[in-house]
Structure formats: C-alpha cells, structure tokens
Ligand binder design. Structure first.
Ligand code: ADP
Length: 408
C-alpha cells in the first residue's frame, strides 16, 4: 500500500458497485485502504427489499444491521442509504469523502477508467442497448451521488476496461462488418476489475513486475482471461457476459442456432429467450440450484444430474485453460483461481489442476484445502506450472483506481 499524502489523512472514498437489482457500497479510508462500512441493497424494484449495513466489516468490531426496505429505483436506495449513514452516526456529514468510484458494466472498446464528465455519461448511455440492465443502474447511481455530493469528483471504472487491450483477432466475431460497426458488436469481456486486481496481486505475490498467465474468476458469473505482461489478450465472456464457461444461471457457449430454433418452436420473444439463457440455464437448469455448494451436496448423495453439471463446469474451465496456455506459448507465471467458487471450492480446483499434471502442474492436496483470505500457492514446491488462489477485491481496486485517476 502506498503511503497517503497529507491531504488524504482522515479522508474516504465512496465505492458503488450496482447490479441490475442490487448495489454494493463501501466507504474506504484512504489511510489504510480498509472499509469502515460495507452495504448491500438487494431486490430493488420489489416490495421485499433488504438493506444490510456492516460497520467495520471483517473486524472484531463488526456491527451488522439489516433493514426491510422498498426501493422502486436504484436512486431511491442510494438516497436512503446516504441518509442512514449520517443518521446512524457512521459519518457526521460527507465532508470527508474526497471522491466516489463507480463500477460501470460496459464502456465500449476505448474506455477503461476515467473521471466522469458529460462525454463519459454519454458513453454509458450509448452502451445501454448492450447492457440494458446494468448501464442505466450505474448511471443512475452516478447522478444521484453527484446530487448528494456536489463538487466531489466521480470516477467510472468499467468492467470491460481491462479487456480493451485484446487484439482484433481475439475480439472480432465472424459476422458482416456492416452489422458489427452499426451495432458495436464484438467481444468486450467482463469481470475486468476483478481480473486486473487479482493478476496485479499475483504479480506482487510472485515478486514480478507484471503477471503473465491465466486468471479464472469462478463465481456466480464465471470467466477466464489470458494475460500477457499484465495486459488482457483474450477472455471467455463476449459481447455480453453470456459467452464462455458454464455459470450459475447462464449457459455459456452454445451454438447460436439453438436460441433461434427454440424461439421458432416455442414462440419466444427475444426478451424471453434472453431470460432463459441468462437466468434459467447453467447449473440451475442442470441441477435445480445455481449454487455450487448445493451441487457439491447433491454429488455427495450420488445425484447424476449434479455429477454431470459439475463435469461440464470443470471440462469447460479445463478447455479454456488449455486454449489460453497455447495462446500464451506455455510460458506462464501461474494459473489463478478467484471468485466464490475459485476461492472456496478445493473440490473444483483439484480436478481442474489435475488435468494439467502432464504439463508439470503438481497440485498439493494439503495446500489446496487451506482456507485463508490471503493469496496463496496450491501447487508443490518446484511445480513447473504454479496454481494460486487469490481472493478478489473489486471495491479496493475501484478505490485505488479512483485515487490514481484523480492524481492522488
Ligand atoms: P458473484 O459472481 O455473484 O459475485 P461470488 O463470487 O460470491 O458471486 O460466487 C458465488 C458462488 O460461489 C455461489 O453461488 C457458490 O456457488 C460459490 N461458493 C461460495 N462459497 C463456496 C464454497 N464454500 N464451496 C463451493 N462453492 C462456493
């Protein structure tokens, strides 16, 4: 951690990470980069919303408060949260907040991270057709925070940003130029904030300037990125987060003809079809649950659907790691695991790592079982290919980027 300048002593950054019907917020102290507050607002737009405040999260002074709420929009939720922060005495006022940092889903091919101004807001608006649930929520959060914190600079950190370095042959789809140019159709990739943070952390852990290797973000959403000298060269998610791996509720790679066939046969609209592919597929469709912990429990009872789903999940991860090993010329610093599954499921990591035993990846079964919030190796000393678990921290990455963009 860099030592902070005098002007940042006692100051905070507000980080907002909004999803389609939720938002996560942290207030992080500039001095130690630790959150004094973590907030989760869920089920925005429905009657049974929840707001959870964790004061001093993950410390022995953690205090949890849960509220039943009804937020018609993200903006309503942000306003209410900010009022409670003062009412509950978490901060006396907002004078100590020097900046807000916002995760924004899609920023197109050029924007990675930048101070919010009219042009950046227009870029977020321009990409609403490709991120119809997230970009409007992200923009609403930025605009409400601008109202509540007038004069406090805001920074947009795009989830597609880390992937803007991909070469054209990795991001271009084999469709007509007319369509791709008219509608900005290409691979954008997502989870970029996480891939960037995790690969930077791995480089530091390994004592390297930059990281070259493969980063597997396996959570509810899953993606793998090939990284060369700290820059993304390919990633499994595409125009939207639907492409690539099997996920909690997304199908990942399928023949593009399949949805066309189903739409014709079942008379589904594009919105209904999108709902099937994004929300009713993946582990959920194959096992009844989108949660890998449930799938593991079903496997323990011998459930054949769960065994197949897990095999499909692992097979896709192995296939892409193999592909990216060849993309990177088999010369890598390591394979990284992060996200809810990547960080917490030794039983998923083990078979994936074992698939590369012939290339010299020697998993250490004891190290693989260790639970810790720190970056760690799970391969034996001397293993030709290293595998590491590196916990992600998107909020910290957004905070650091925000301060960097603002010149602190
Ligand atoms: P998101 O992509 O929504 O940020 P996370 O990265 O938190 O999600 O990952 C959530 C997923 O992580 C859960 O759906 C669950 O499948 C998985 N997970 C969390 N803890 C464990 C665990 N101990 N064992 C296996 N899977 C886990």
């Amino acid at each position: 951690m860099a030592s902070v300048s005098a002007e940042l002593k006692g100051k905070y950054v507000l980080v907002i990470n909004a999803g389609s019907s939720s938002f996560k917020t942290q207030i992080l102290a500039c001095e130690n980069e630790k959150p004094i507050l973590a907030v989760l607002a869920e089920r925005i737009g429905s009657d049974n919303g929840k707001l959870i405040f964790k004061i001093n999260p993950d410390t022995d002074k953690e205090e949890k408060h849960a509220f039943d709420v009804h937020y018609p929009t993200h903006g309503d939720g942000i306003r209410d949260m900010m009022k409670r922060i003062v009412d509950m005495g978490i901060l006396p006022n907002f004078d100590s907040i020097v900046a807000s940092g916002h995760r924004v889903l899609l920023g197109g091919p050029y924007y990675a991270e930048c101070k919010v101004d009219a042009t950046v807001k227009q870029v977020i608006r321009d990409y609403i057709p490709l991120g119809p649930l997230h970009n409007p929520a992200n923009l609403a959060c930025i605009e409400v925070i601008e109202e509540i914190l007038p004069g406090v600079p805001a920074v947009a950190v795009f989830d597609t940003g880390f992937h803007t370095t991909m070469p054209a042959y990795a991001y271009t789809y084999g469709i007509s130029k007319e369509f791709s140019e008219k509608y900005h159709l290409r691979r954008y990739g997502f989870h970029g904030i996480s891939h960037k943070y995790v690969s930077k952390t791995a480089a530091k852990y390994l004592g390297k300037e930059t990281f070259t290797g493969i980063c597997c973000h396996l959570g509810n959403g899953c993606s793998i990125t090939a990284i060369k000298d700290g820059k993304c060269v390919d990633t499994t998610m595409g125009l939207t987060p639907l492409e690539g791996l099997l996920m909690g509720t997304r199908c990942g790679d399928i023949d593009a003809s399949l949805p066309l066939f189903l739409m014709e046969q079942e008379g589904l609209t594009p919105t209904q079809m999108s709902d099937v592919l994004n929300k009713q597929s993946g582990l959920k469709a194959l096992t009844g649950s989108n949660d890998m912990r449930d799938v593991e429990a079903m496997i323990a009872k011998g459930d054949e659907n769960a065994i197949l789903a897990n095999n499909i999940f692992n097979y896709r991860v192995i296939k892409y790691i193999g592909a990216y090993l060849s993309v990177l010329g088999y010369d890598i610093d390591g394979i990284l695991f992060t996200g809810g599954i990547g960080e917490n499921a030794p039983v998923t990591r083990a078979p994936i790592c074992q698939a590369f035993a012939n290339l010299g990846l020697e998993i250490d079964d004891e190290l693989n079982k260790v639970r810790s919030g720190e970056p760690r190796e799970i391969t034996k000393k001397g293993s030709k290919i290293k595998a590491l678990v590196v916990p992600t921290n998107e909020e910290l990455e957004i905070m650091q980027t925000t301060l960097k963009i603002l010149g602190y």
